[in-house]
Design a protein around this ligand. Structure first.
Ligand code: F0G
Length: 331
């Protein structure tokens, strides 16, 4: 038997990515797509879980980061910078370390899960905690990038989105078709924009004959796209999507509208309940990711066309041990 050689998304999907002179990779992507008997039982159709926590730094951000940091290294950037609720920080720190670039990270004070902070520090990033809402901190990162010659590696960076689109290619390749619907958590809206772009590209290339409905899930206390207006002081247990004014607002709305999908909201109780139900079938994800599964339950009787549903479970549960501790105080 030939050896199995997965060498990351740039090697696997280079034809769908911009040309990159330098390649910085940790062999990210190629993540499992596993069936959920819990959700299949509730929804009466196949439901698949895309386990993005299986990426090298435990979230989907690595797909975008391999492309963005490759581009930054090729451009001769001094270093990389980002604002983050956690996962972007850990991913940027790891890929910058891999590339031999410096990494600066701006985090909202008191709002970042311990697991992620530890990762960023372990990889040697310069971490600054800043008082303020995520969007203000992102604004600071944009300014510092321009002033100091750093590459900004938030999802405003188009190379990030190119890389993140590969989750869609993998889903279609694994199923042999496009699913009926893709459900994913939405914070800044970068990932739903990127995944929709991926399905459009695969469709245009003749790899799939239909396109899925994109279902964007937000937390009740951080639901700007459901309300249609920004949220001041967003609040939810799902720290990754605690964002009141999404940077990729337009792209997210376009993905939902063009695909015939919708935004929906779930409560923190639903999120923690879904986290427990997934854990009970062996899949441990962070609260933001559990929001996708909680959101999928709302699709019962929603008139979706026949076919599979895919929940993109964006990050690993070990990010945030405190979320479980809240629900199970004896831990
Ligand atoms: N799920 C997880 C686990 C995330 O970390 C994020 C975003 C999202 C979903 C939402 O994706 O912003 O593209 O709509 N985390 C960012 C960060 C904000 O800084 O790590 P989005």
């Amino acid at each position: 038997m030939a050896p199995i050689a997965w060498k990351g998304i740039i090697a696997a999907y280079g034809e769908f990515l911009p040309p990159l002179a330098t390649k910085v990779t940790l062999h990210e992507g190629g993540t499992p797509l596993v069936p959920s008997s819990w959700l299949e039982g509730r929804l009466g159709r196949p439901v698949w879980l895309k386990l993005e926590g299986s990426n090298p730094t435990c979230s989907f951000k690595d797909r975008g980061m391999t492309v963005a940091v490759s581009q930054a290294a090729g451009d001769g950037a001094r270093g990389v910078i980002c604002a983050s609720t956690g996962n972007t920080a850990a991913s940027a720190a790891a890929y910058a370390a891999r590339a031999g670039l410096s990494c600066s990270i701006l985090l909202p004070a008191g709002a970042v899960a311990r697991g992620k902070l530890v990762q960023a520090v372990a990889h040697g990033a310069r971490v600054l905690t800043v008082e303020g809402e995520f969007e203000e901190i992102l604004g600071m990162a944009v300014k510092m990038a321009a002033e100091e010659g750093y590459a900004l590696v938030n999802s405003l960076n188009p190379f990030r989105l190119e890389g993140q689109a590969t989750a869609s290619y993998e889903i279609c390749d694994a199923l042999g078709r496009a699913p009926a619907a893709v459900v994913l958590p939405v914070g800044n809206g970068g990932n739903i924009t990127a995944c929709w772009m991926g399905f459009l590209r695969y469709h245009a290339a003749g790899r799939i004959t239909s396109r899925p409905r994109m279902i964007g899930v937000q937390a009740e206390g951080a639901n700007p796209l459901v309300r249609g207006s920004p949220v001041v002081r967003p609040e939810t247990v799902a720290s990754a999507i605690r964002i009141g004014r999404p940077a990729s607002w337009k792209g997210a709305v376009e993905a939902v509208e063009a695909s015939g999908g919708r935004f929906l909201q779930v409560s923190d109780e639903e999120i923690l309940g879904a986290q427990r139900a997934l854990a009970a079938e062996g899949v441990f994800v962070e609260p933001a990711s559990a929001a996708a599964a909680a959101g999928a339950l709302h699709l019962q009787g929603a008139g979706l066309p026949d076919g599979d549903i895919v929940c993109i479970l964006t990050g690993h549960g070990l990010k945030d041990p405190d979320a479980v501790r809240m629900a199970e105080p004896w831990v």
